[in-house]
Design a binder for this molecule. Structure first.
Ligand SMILES: Cc1cc2nc3c(=O)[nH]c(=O)nc-3n(C[C@H](O)[C@H](O)[C@H](O)COP(=O)(O)OP(=O)(O)OC[C@H]3O[C@@H](n4cnc5c(N)ncnc54)[C@H](O)[C@@H]3O)c2cc1C
Length: 366
């Protein structure tokens, strides 16, 4: 968002609560819809260098490791959707954004505790007692947004009955042939996954393709941790997948640090704006990761809000209204389809995946 605003010549300043910029967590999938935003910002080539383009999407049966289906990605998505499907380490993306935003445009250790419109200005208040004034204020402060609470009142995100483990292993540790008579073959650059009872596991290369990112989603009625992300262990990950395909368990045996997440979302809400303050990204529309589109939607939002504000430089409120009108229907549909995909994944046998073509075909830069 900040890069998009800056590239439009708008005077943007980021206030981040953390004491230093950085990104923890692991991989992120970027669909063709998201790649288009990077390209429109002049960062398409930089993203190709920073991220990885998987070769095939290989779906594997959870128990015996036989092949469910295989779909080519590289050489297929780009001709089909006009842009590639990429996978990246979050840290590499973060670096890319920082390289394209002057350092003076970012202040860290600024914990926003309130935001409001006062006539022709927006005001943000911080925990250190300071205030800033601006033409508009954009609350991009994540699923537990303080600004959302201030604008629309306190409510809690919904626990989705899904938790997820995330881990990284060296790609050389991945078995290349397994299943009945070694009939399932994996290329080094493949994106692959297992869909089984009470969970699904997605693995994809990140970095230069030398590391494998693992997302293991798991149905669980309780999320007992107070924190919504917590350290876990290889043993816990392996125990939760007892009886699953041995190739998966072999990959797990090479895992180092493991973290687990409780997955939360919210019902889509029709309005994200009050006066000169607006929400964006997870603050506005937190979404289950089943379609891997939460960050993609936040990145699309960033492009659109920059366009809308640049189109309405003399009337920023009109710009914010145009932003919400354009983005609310699309993000609501993605949130609801993410939930539906999760419900479908729990069926036995699971139906084929819902089509994501309508998501990938959309071009916010057109
Ligand atoms: C396990 C998992 C896997 C996922 N995989 C994918 C994927 O493959 N593809 C995808 O598109 N999405 C994925 N997502 C979703 C994605 O991570 C989120 O949708 C995305 O991070 C939202 O971005 P955001 O900028 O809106 O919020 P956040 O990433 O939450 O960023 C909010 C920022 O605001 C700061 N902040 C918070 N409160 C304040 C405050 N009061 N004052 C100042 N600063 C504040 C935070 O420190 C943070 O830097 C996944 C999510 C999970 C949990």
């Amino acid at each position: 968002m900040a890069v998009a605003l800056h590239k439009r010549g708008l005077d943007v300043h980021v206030y981040e609560r953390a004491p230093a910029l950085g990104e923890y967590g692991a991989g992120l999938q970027l669909g063709p819809n998201c790649f288009r935003v990077f390209r429109a910002l002049g960062l398409g080539d930089a993203l190709r260098r920073a991220a990885f383009e998987p070769l095939n999407n290989v779906s594997i049966n959870w128990d015996d490791g036989s092949l469910r289906y295989i779909e080519p990605m590289k050489g297929n998505y780009e001709p089909r959707f006009g842009a590639p499907y990429m996978t990246a380490h979050r840290g590499d993306l973060h670096r890319l954004f920082r390289e394209n935003l002057p350092e003076r445009r970012v202040s860290v250790s600024k914990h926003c505790i309130g935001a409001e419109s006062r006539g022709e200005i927006a005001v943000a208040r911080f925990s250190d007692g300071t205030e800033i004034e601006a033409d508009v204020l954009i609350g991009a402060d994540g699923i537990r947004s303080a600004i959302r609470q201030q604008l629309f009142g306190a409510d809690s995100p919904r626990y989705t009955e899904q938790m997820a483990w995330r881990a990284i292993v060296p790609i050389d540790r991945v078995p290349r042939a397994f299943g009945p008579n070694n009939s399932t073959r994996l290329d080094r650059g493949d994106y692959f996954g297992w869909l089984g009872p009470n969970g699904h596991v997605i693995c994809y290369p990140i970095g230069d393709g030398d590391m494998l990112n693992i997302f293991a989603g798991h149905v669980s009625e309780d999320w007992v941790e107070e924190s919504w992300t917590a350290p876990s262990s290889k043993e816990e990950l392996i125990a939760a997948h007892a009886g699953w395909n041995e190739a998966l368990l072999e990959i797990y045996s090479h895992v180092g640090d493991v973290f687990k997440w409780g997955i939360f979302d919210r019902d889509p809400r029709p309005e994200w704006r009050s006066g000169r303050v607006v929400l964006l990204g997870d603050a506005a529309h937190p979404t289950m990761p089943t379609l891997a589109q939460g960050a993609n939607m936040a990145i699309e939002d960033g492009y659109v809000i920059a366009r809308c504000l640049a189109d309405h430089v003399d009337d920023p409120v009109a710009g914010l209204k145009a932003f919400v009108a354009e983005r609310q229907p699309r993000t609501a549909r993605v949130t609801l389809q993410s939930r539906q995909q999760f419900a479908n994944n729990r069926m036995v046998p699971a139906p084929p995946p819902l089509s994501r073509d309508w998501i990938f075909e959309h071009d916010v830069t057109a």
